[in-house]
Design a protein around this ligand. Structure first.
Ligand SMILES: CC(C)(COP(=O)(O)OP(=O)(O)OC[C@H]1O[C@@H](n2cnc3c(N)ncnc32)[C@H](O)[C@@H]1OP(=O)(O)O)[C@@H](O)C(=O)NCCC(=O)NCCS
Length: 172
């Protein structure tokens, strides 16, 4: 039988662990690869992710994804500042989102918030399918951020000009 045809895709869920100091060098490199820098632009502000808490997804001995968030406090908002996965469609992004959501609920946070860019249709699909709502648009936020960080690409996913921030929330 020919291999690769009609074979069922087998996905093993990643193991998700809290970020430790030993992850920080990898974090810097991985986020720079995805977002041009470990300092992320969100809602017209810059947030340095290097000291933030979060979770790393592992497959065997390899780190395959990360999420960083602001400190969780009872009754307060918590922001997911960065989320990135090494591959796509293997369940890493979903597992990381689930870990943050579970922790935020346990900490008594009132809502989770994140922003993504207007071109990032895959991320928007992921969030909406997991119950997040689109609540605000920051027109031109990426154009402004790019003036301070010119390494940010002009064109993003699907050939769409990367210009705006879109805010999503999950009420807990
Ligand atoms: C967005 C991102 C974190 C998703 O991570 P992931 O590991 O692919 O997530 P999952 O495997 O859990 O997939 C989530 C969903 O997206 C779908 N998906 C993922 N990549 C896809 C692609 N290229 N095309 C279509 N669907 C895709 C999956 O099928 C899944 O769909 P489901 O809702 O039916 O289950 C990842 O693509 C990424 O790191 N992107 C670059 C950084 C980024 O944009 N981060 C978010 C900015 S806020």
């Amino acid at each position: 039988m020919a291999s690769g045809v009609n074979e069922k895709k087998v996905c093993v869920p990643p193991v998700v662990c809290g970020v430790t100091e030993a992850d920080r060098d990898w974090q810097r490199e991985f986020l720079t690869e995805h977002f041009a820098s470990p300092t992320i632009s969100s809602r017209r502000a810059w947030i340095d992710t290097m000291g933030l808490p979060g979770f790393v997804a592992w497959r065997g001995n390899e780190r395959v994804g990360i999420v960083l968030h602001t400190v969780m406090r009872a009754g307060a908002e918590c922001e997911l500042v960065a989320l990135a996965s090494a591959g796509s469609g293997g369940g890493v992004g979903s597992a990381l989102l689930a870990s943050v959501t579970e922790s935020a609920r346990a900490a008594g946070c009132s809502r989770l918030v994140l922003t993504t860019t207007n071109d990032n249709l895959d991320a928007m699909r992921l969030y909406q399918r997991r119950g997040w709502r689109m609540v605000k648009i920051y027109p031109g936020a990426m154009d402004e951020a790019r003036r301070e960080m010119p390494a940010m690409p002009l064109v993003g996913a699907y050939g769409i000009a990367m210009r705006d921030d879109v805010e999503f929330e999950l009420v807990l």
